[in-house]
Design a protein around this ligand. Structure first.
Ligand SMILES: Cc1ncc(COP(=O)(O)O)c(C=O)c1O
Length: 386
């Protein structure tokens, strides 16, 4: 059988088999709607509330501060649109960064079109939002600051605690898109001064299509969709019981195994980066640390990222050119542009993201195949580099 190596865990992770086992009964015999009054419904409600408690504990929040959603995109939308609309009397100011995920970036652009005053902060070439930039952007009418915890393309971890403290001192709300860090980095919303936080289960070995929003008690937010008033009116729609149960189970496992997983992945990741940097005219996008343990965001001159991805795929290796969400677009990645990479270099980017099942053998195989692929592509490249 053809060898298949999955190195695109930032796009999505496989569902952990232990999690699947926990979810299974909720698809069939424990079928109730958590909104129903009968015993089937109550059983589902109990499972949903237990999951809420477990998730709250994992990030040091209160149970009543967790809202279930369909994933990271919806959580980001409720955080940005919901908070900006509900706090109009305070002002119209939203501060975010130029390299947020599109779920934040496009929502912020939409709000700007609707008359809100949005400030997109620059980032350093190492891939960080600077505290001084946040400070400069804050003004009397600033309602919300939204800065991601770790960047999904280049993996750099942002100084979220420092930003949170600054926001709290100034009486400004702080949201962090932590889709790439929940289950991978320690999160304590109290200590980190976070008022709202977005997460998505399929990034930490849970099911796809389910996520949560943490919203600190007392923070005002309007719903962005209307219906039966579920989740205290903030997110209407029947609760996805199997998904919610799976998300809580996956998060508990991820938190428990975090230190071990990260240590193993970081070691393999460093070996991969070092090996790739031996290829002539190759580079690492963003600083090496602080960076997610799983992330190796590389670039190679004179080759196209898409061609590398396709040729790697032919060898059974799954990688990405950057964000999974922008593969259909020929525009260079806004993240790479934000860190100041010239247009032509953006096209040569290649992202590997490791996971729990990645082995040393997998990395050896990539390091055996990639140099040959780069060399072959350079031979036929109109960009030069032969
Ligand atoms: C940082 C970040 N935010 C938001 C999302 C969107 O999450 P979801 O796929 O659950 O909608 C992603 C997914 O790639 C992400 O990486």
């Amino acid at each position: 059988m053809k060898r298949r190596i999955y190195l695109d865990h930032a796009a999505t992770t496989p569902l952990d088999k232990r999690v699947l086992k926990e979810m299974e009964p909720f698809f069939s015999e424990r079928l109730g709607n958590a909104g129903s009054l009968h015993s089937f419904g109550q059983e589902a409600r109990e499972a949903v509330e237990k999951a809420r408690e477990d998730i709250a504990k994992a990030i040091n929040a209160g149970q009543e501060e967790i809202y279930f959603t369909s994933g990271g995109t919806e959580s980001d939308n409720i955080a940005l649109q919901g908070v900006m609309k509900a706090n109009r009397e305070k002002g119209k100011g939203l501060v975010t960064s130029a390299f947020e995920h599109h779920a934040v970036l496009h929502t912020a652009q939409h709000l700007e079109k609707k008359g809100f005053d949005v400030n997109f902060l620059p980032v350093t070439k190492e891939g960080f939002v600077e505290l001084s930039e946040v400070e400069k952007a804050l003004h009397k009418e600033t309602v919300l600051v939204s800065i991601m915890h770790a960047n999904n393309e280049i993996g750099t971890v942002q100084p979220v605690k420092e930003i949170g403290e600054m926001c709290r001192e100034r009486g400004v709300l702080f949201h962090s898109d932590a889709v790439q860090t929940v289950g991978k980095e320690k999160i304590d919303v109290q200590k980190m001064g976070i008022d709202l936080l977005s997460a998505s289960a399929h990034k930490f070995y849970g099911p796809k299509g389910v996520g949560f929003l943490y919203k600190r008690a007392g923070v005002k937010a309007e719903p962005i969709a209307f219906g039966g008033g579920h989740e205290k009116g903030l997110r209407s729609g029947t609760e996805n019981t199997p998904g919610i149960v799976g998300m809580a189970s996956a998060l508990k496992l991820a938190v428990k195994e975090m230190a071990e997983d990260n240590a193993r992945e970081r070691k393999l990741r460093n070996k991969l980066i070092d090996g790739c940097l031996e290829i002539k005219d190759g580079w690492l996008n963003g600083a090496r640390e602080p960076r997610l343990a799983c992330n190796a965001a590389l670039g190679f001159d004179f080759v196209e990222g898409e061609s590398m991805v396709l040729m790697l795929s032919d060898k059974g290796i799954a990688a990405s050119t950057g964000s999974a969400c922008s593969t259909k677009s020929l525009e260079p990645s806004h993240v790479l542009r934000a860190i100041g990479l010239p247009h032509v270099k953006c096209h040569g980017s290649l992202r590997f993201t490791l996971g729990r099942n990645t082995s040393a053998k997998d990395i050896d195989y990539v390091l055996q195949e990639l140099p040959k692929i780069v060399q072959r592509l350079r031979k036929i490249s109109p960009l030069g580099g032969k």
